[in-house]
Design a protein around this ligand. Structure first.
Ligand SMILES: Cc1cc2nc3c(=O)[nH]c(=O)nc-3n(C[C@H](O)[C@H](O)[C@H](O)COP(=O)(O)OP(=O)(O)OC[C@H]3O[C@@H](n4cnc5c(N)ncnc54)[C@H](O)[C@@H]3O)c2cc1C
Length: 374
């Protein structure tokens, strides 16, 4: 059994950003990057896509896998140890926290790792519908993220479809009207689940048609390698009538599944299974356990927001470990639903900034100490 100050579970932008900050702070983080965890390669969701055009620093875009390979290199450059295994069991009920790997997670098995702090960055997976043709045209017309993919040339001035009846579907459809010639929203039921205001805006948009009681049944397209989708078969579930419609884009907005089976019952989750963090922080219901990325963010779900939250988690973990080492306990604990206590973010002293300025000539301090908010 190995002990580390901090273990990161996950391997997307959140995990790697946390790893870069923690390794630069000389905390020797260990990252379990997963071995096809949840069916996704190490590196996370971006390894399943082609060009990323909205991650700053790459004016010509960058391939998803290449971006993740770069992040991985940057993590190891500063000393992160990366283990290509999946964590399948954790025990956060006492310190040090205990973690078990896949295939050695039986009830009598010793944990593979113990840690003083853990960052969970296991991400989320967009739900799919398993339609005939889906696998073939995934990322060649089919996408689960309008914000990520909507602007690519294959969708410009073309008929686009969105599947879903909630707020996300409405938001995605309205976003896509900037690019497509027309956007059709397929709703299985006879009404939208979206909020009233959102539904009203959607129905009033002249570039949007909402087809109620309608489901997609098959995706059709070019029969060549990497061919694009061109048509969508739809069915009215009330009349049984089927149609084949021109369609160059199909966007799923049928929800995401956060990868939280691992921590269920150990930390507080919301009704949809996302890890609950205190707003603006990575603090979970268990002191010493931090969460970053899509696993705790059901709203933005972007590479850059995940990376940003990974940075927050690293700085907060660094602060937590430093305070523990110094025997400090500055942060008040609050009882939560799952019976654990959690840490309130420290409130900046009013004169903290001026105090920092006065310290201008002192030797380098830990990053968290330079930030008056932490
Ligand atoms: C097809 C597609 C295209 C996208 N395009 C863009 C885009 O253009 N721009 C953009 O900003 N965003 C895009 N996104 C969204 C972006 O990929 C996510 O917001 C981002 O990857 C989330 O990062 P994350 O760090 O939370 O974790 P994820 O990327 O979800 O990665 C987490 C990874 O951790 C590993 N893991 C999970 N569980 C365990 C475990 N128990 N043990 C060990 N390892 C584990 C797995 O490999 C998992 O995939 C896209 C998403 C998809 C699916």
């Amino acid at each position: 059994m190995v002990h580390s100050k901090v273990v990161i579970i996950g391997s997307g932008p959140a995990a790697h950003t946390a790893a870069i900050y923690l390794s630069r702070a000389e905390l020797k983080p260990v990252m379990y990057e997963g071995m096809l965890a949840g069916g996704t390669a190490a590196g996370g969701q971006l390894t399943t896509t082609t060009d990323i055009e909205n991650f700053p620093g790459f004016p010509d875009g960058i391939g998803g896998s290449e971006l993740m390979e770069n992040m991985r290199k940057q993590s190891t450059r500063f000393g992160t140890e990366i283990i290509t295994e999946t964590i399948t069991r954790v025990d956060f009920s006492k310190r040090p926290f205990r973690l078990w790997k896949e295939w050695s997670d039986g009830p009598d098995e010793e944990p593979a790792h113990t840690a003083d702090a853990v960052i969970i960055a296991t991400g989320a997976n967009a739900r799919r519908l398993d339609l005939p043709g889906e696998e073939k045209y995934w990322q060649n017309g089919i996408s689960a993220c309008a914000v990520c993919d909507g602007a690519v040339p294959i969708f410009r001035n073309k008929p686009l479809f969105v599947i879903g009846g909630g707020d996300s579907a409405a938001e995605e459809a309205m976003f896509l009207t900037k690019y497509g010639s027309h956007v059709t929203v397929l709703v299985r039921k006879d009404k939208l689940r979206a909020s009233k205001a959102m539904a009203k805006r959607l129905l009033a948009n002249p570039k949007v048609t909402v087809r109620f009681n309608t489901v997609a049944t098959q995706v059709l397209g070019e029969e060549i390698p990497r061919g694009l989708m061109t048509h969508l078969k739809v069915k009215n579930v009330v009349t049984g009538e089927e149609e084949t419609l021109d369609a160059n884009g199909l966007f799923y907005a049928v929800g995401h599944d956060p990868a939280t089976t691992l921590v269920k019952g150990q930390i507080e989750l919301d009704s949809e299974g996302y890890i609950v963090t205190q707003p603006g922080t990575s603090y979970t219901s268990v002191p010493g356990v931090f969460a970053a990325g899509d696993v705790q963010d059901k709203r933005y779900r972007q590479a850059i927001t995940s990376a940003g939250s990974g940075c927050i988690a690293a700085l907060e973990a660094e602060k937590f470990l430093a305070e523990e080492e110094a025997g400090e306990d500055e942060s008040p604990a609050v009882k939560t639903e799952v019976g654990h206590s959690r840490i309130e973010p420290a409130v900046a002293e009013p004169d903290a900034q001026s105090a920092q300025k006065k310290k201008g000539n002192e030797p380098a301090t830990a990053e968290y100490k330079q930030n008056p908010l932490l």
